[in-house]
Design a protein around this ligand. Structure first.
Ligand code: PMP
Length: 304
C-alpha cells in the first residue's frame, strides 16, 4: 500500500501508518500462514457502521483456532479495535483488514516459538469488481486451477496460503480479459470464485453449490436471510459448470464484491446477459441493509 498518513492498530496500539512495519524474516511471509478478514464499513444516516463485525471477528478467531495460532486478544477487544481504526482514520466508508501473523523470532516450517501479531488497517475501497460490474454484470471464466481439496487447506479458515490458489486462478483468467475466475473442486463440481461465493437463479429458485471446499461467506449468509425475507426458495446442491451456463441468472457474493451479477461464464451468455431481476432485488436489498436503511437488520450494524 502506498505511503500515506493514517493509523493502524498493531498489537494493541494505534500507531502511525508508516510505522506499522514488520521484519522481512517474519515467519508468515515465508510459509504463508496468516489468518485475516475483510470487512466493510458503510456510510449510514447515523454515521459509519461496520457490517457484521461480530461474525467476521468470530471467523477470524475460528481461522486462528483451525491453524492453532494463539491470538492474545479477545473477541471484544478485536471488535473495539476495528471500530477504533475506522474512527482514527476519519473514514465514512471503508474496507477493514484485520490480520494475525507470525513474527520473525524463528525460521523453519513449525511456527512454534514465533510470536503471533495482530494488525488492523482500514482504507477506502470502491466496488471490487467495478461499478459497471455491479450494474451490468461481469465476465467470468472457469479456471484450470482447482479449488484446493478439503484436506489440502482448511476451507473454513480464511488463511493467506489459500489465496495463492485464488491468485493462480485470477491471473489466469484476467490475463485473457475476463473479470474473475470460477474454481471447480477436485471432483469437477463448482466451488466458488477466487474471492467470492456463487449463486444461481433457475425457475425462480436460488441455487448455491454445496459449501464443502468453499469459504462460508458472510455475504452468502446475508443473502440467505434476504432470500427468506423475499420468499425466494433456496437449495444447496452439487453444481456443474454447465448448470451455470443454463441458469437464468448468476451472481457472486463477498464483502469486497458485494452482490455482483455474472453475465457470462466461459463465453456463454447467462440468461439475458445482464443483471437479472432476482439478482437486482437481492442486490438492492443488500445495499439497503448495509447502508442502514433496513431497521430489521440494524443488529448487523456496529456504529463506530
Ligand atoms: N470465498 C472466498 C475465497 C473469499 O475470499 C471470500 C471473501 N472473503 C468469499 C468467498 C466471500 O466471503 P464473505 O462474504 O465473508 O466476504
Amino acid at each position: 500500500m502506498s505511503d500515506r498518513d493514517g493509523t493502524i492498530w498493531y498489537d494493541g496500539e494505534l500507531v502511525p501508518w508508516r510505522e506499522a512495519t514488520t521484519h522481512v524474516l517474519t515467519h508468515s511471509l515465508h510459509y504463508g500462514l496468516a489468518v485475516f478478514e475483510g470487512l466493510r464499513a458503510y456510510e449510514t444516516e447515523r454515521g459509519p457502521a461496520i457490517f457484521r463485525l461480530r461474525e467476521h471477528t468470530e471467523r477470524l478467531l475460528n481461522s486462528a483456532k483451525i491453524y492453532m495460532m494463539p491470538i492474545a486478544y479477545s473477541l471484544e477487544t478485536l471488535m473495539e479495535a476495528q471500530k477504533a481504526v475506522v474512527r482514527a482514520n476519519n473514514l465514512t466508508s471503508c474496507y477493514i483488514r484485520p490480520i494475525a501473523f507470525y513474527g520473525s523470532e524463528k525460521m523453519g516450517v513449525s511456527p512454534r516459538g514465533a510470536k503471533v501479531h495482530v494488525a488492523i488497517a482500514a482504507w477506502p475501497w470502491g466496488a471490487y469488481l467495478g461499478e459497471e460490474g455491479l450494474q451490468k454484470g461481469i465476465r467470468v471464466k472457469t479456471s484450470s486451477f482447482q479449488r484446493q481439496h478439503v484436506n489440502v487447506t482448511m476451507p473454513r479458515a480464511k488463511v493467506a496460503s489459500t489465496y495463492a490458489n485464488s491468485i493462480l486462478a485470477n491471473l489466469e483468467v484476467t490475463s485473457q480479459g475476463y473479470d474473475e475466475a470460477l474454481l471447480l473442486d477436485t471432483m469437477g463440481f463448482v466451488a466458488e470464485g477466487a474471492g467470492e461465493n456463487l449463486f444461481l437463479v433457475k425457475n425462480g429458485q436460488l441455487i448455491e453449490p454445496e459449501i464443502a471446499c468453499a469459504l462460508t461467506g458472510i455475504t452468502r449468509d446475508t443473502v440467505h436471510h434476504i432470500a427468506r425475507e423475499l420468499g425466494i426458495p433456496l437449495v444447496s446442491r452439487r453444481l456443474t459448470r454447465d448448470d451455470v451456463y443454463i441458469a437464468d441468472e448468476a451472481f457472486f457474493t463477498g464483502t469486497a464484491a458485494e452482490v455482483t451479477p455474472i453475465r457470462e461464464l466461459d463465453d456463454r451468455v447467462i440468461g439475458s446477459g445482464s443483471r437479472g431481476p432476482i439478482t437486482e432485488k437481492i442486490q438492492a436489498r443488500y445495499f439497503e441493509i448495509v447502508n442502514g436503511r433496513a431497521p430489521e437488520y440494524d443488529h448487523w450494524l456496529t456504529y463506530v
